[in-house]
Design a protein around this ligand. Structure first.
Ligand code: PLP
Length: 403
């Protein structure tokens, strides 16, 4: 249904706008419509959709754009091509990839990453479904060492930068080492977005997104996606989606596609603001540490500069005053909304250890900041007044809230 844009040499910024549109025929709509149907008239044509748990044209429009953005499309269109598959949530996409590991297989995963991904691995391990090995993701030698004792079908799971510690894994080195060991690599690219980092081009086998975040971009959709160049993986992921049924609604896919059209503008603005705020926060007396790879002093700076186009729009700070101090900062903001999630147009702030599943390596006083597209001066004014107010308050005022 959707024409692949003639020039796939177009930049990702252009593809975010131009791909996934109906064929260019006179009087055709320029946007893919929301196709609300649970079934399709029977057809013997190859590739017929048949039923709406198997396929939906609105998903396909979004999937086409995501496949281009992640550079998975080089061979799509041929029976052997790669591509993207939309899921009901980021976690449904994460789970589809992890379910490809055989029973008793090993997943090597970061000791700190998105808490529910790690929670899923713990759950599957507790049920005897798989084994895990946790590694510090920025320590390349430690991850490579963990790859030494693996079997075919095992998986290296990476997230870079990590949520919420902003650690940067050496993707080219780790993907090469995993390939040598015969282990597949999946990268959760939610934080970077495909405009900032393309893990498949760096050697990964599979990319996962929480589309909920930057891709949809307006905090009004929950969706996920899996992207791969490997036709075997794509077929297995498609089959998994069909049999498990973790499918998105067509309206959600349409909203996500509408969000993707402005991804480049939003990311350009928010990551520039994030770098500016990181620089200013590093000089604020209430802040103990800023985590953002844009800072030359950040341990991930050189690596991020080598493998990313920018440094992303999430940063974390550790503040004086412990958990209570961090909680007080998030309550003292007026523009920054205290809420979980990230990647929307509005800026959010959150103390991550309030979640019981959050890894204990995440400091109690860590606040994660998802920088939106507001005026950076307004963001700074609001954040710095919250930090000033809390650093001026005597420590005893925070004590009651410690938890
Ligand atoms: C890095 C990362 N991966 C995956 C997910 C899960 O996505 P969803 O909430 O869409 O299921 C999240 C959600 O916060 C995330 O931050």
């Amino acid at each position: 249904m959707h024409d692949a844009p003639a020039g796939s040499a177009w930049s990702p910024e252009t593809l975010a706008v131009a791909a996934g549109r109906p064929p260019r025929t006179p009087d055709a709509p320029v946007n893919a419509p929301v196709e609300l149907t649970s079934t399709f008239v029977a057809s013997t044509e190859p590739g017929a959709r048949g039923y709406a748990r198997f396929a939906n044209p609105t998903w396909e429009a979004l999937e086409e754009v995501l496949a281009f953005l992640e550079d998975a499309r080089s061979t799509e269109g041929s029976p052997d091509g790669g591509g993207a598959r939309a899921f009901a949530s980021g976690m449904a996409a994460v789970s589809a990839v992890i379910e490809q590991v055989p029973v008793g297989g090993l997943v090597i995963a970061p000791e700190s990453a998105y808490n529910t991904t790690l929670g899923l691995l713990d759950h599957l391990e507790a049920n005897g479904r798989l084994r895990q090995r946790r590694v510090p993701p920025a320590d390349t030698a430690a991850v490579v060492a963990a790859l030494s004792d693996t079997s075919p079908g095992d998986l290296l799971w990476l997230e870079s930068p990590t949520n919420p510690m902003l650690e940067v894994a050496d993707l080219p080195a780790l993907c090469a080492a995993a390939r040598e060991a015969g282990v597949r690599v999946a990268v959760d690219n939610t934080f970077a977005t495909p405009l900032v980092q393309q893990p498949l081009a760096l050697g990964a086998d599979v990319v996962v997104h929480s589309v909920t975040k930057y891709l949809a971009g307006h905090s009004d959709v929950v969706m996920g996606a899996v992207v791969t160049r490997d036709p075997g993986i794509l077929a297995a992921i498609t089959k998994h989606r069909t049999v498990v049924g973790a499918i998105p609604g067509p309206f959600e896919a349409w909203l996500a596609l509408r969000g993707v059209r402005t991804l480049h503008l939003r990311v350009e603005r928010s990551q520039a603001s994030a770098a500016e705020l990181a620089r200013r926060l590093a000089g604020h007396p209430a802040v103990k540490r800023v985590r953002h790879p844009s800072l030359p002093s950040d341990p991930g700076h050189a690596r991020a500069a080598a493998q990313m186009r920018g440094f992303g729009s999430v940063l974390s700070i550790e503040v004086h005053g412990g958990a209570a101090g961090a909680q007080a900062v998030q309550e003292a903001t007026r523009l920054w909304l205290p809420a979980t999630s990230l990647g929307g147009v509005e800026s959010l702030i959150e103390r991550r250890r309030r979640h019981p599943l959050e890894p204990v390596v995440v400091p109690e006083d860590l606040l994660r900041l998802s920088v939106g597209i507001e005026d950076v001066e307004d963001l700074w004014t609001d954040l710095s007044q919250a930090l000033d107010a809390v650093s001026a308050a005597p420590a005893s005022e925070h004590r009651g809230q410690q938890g």
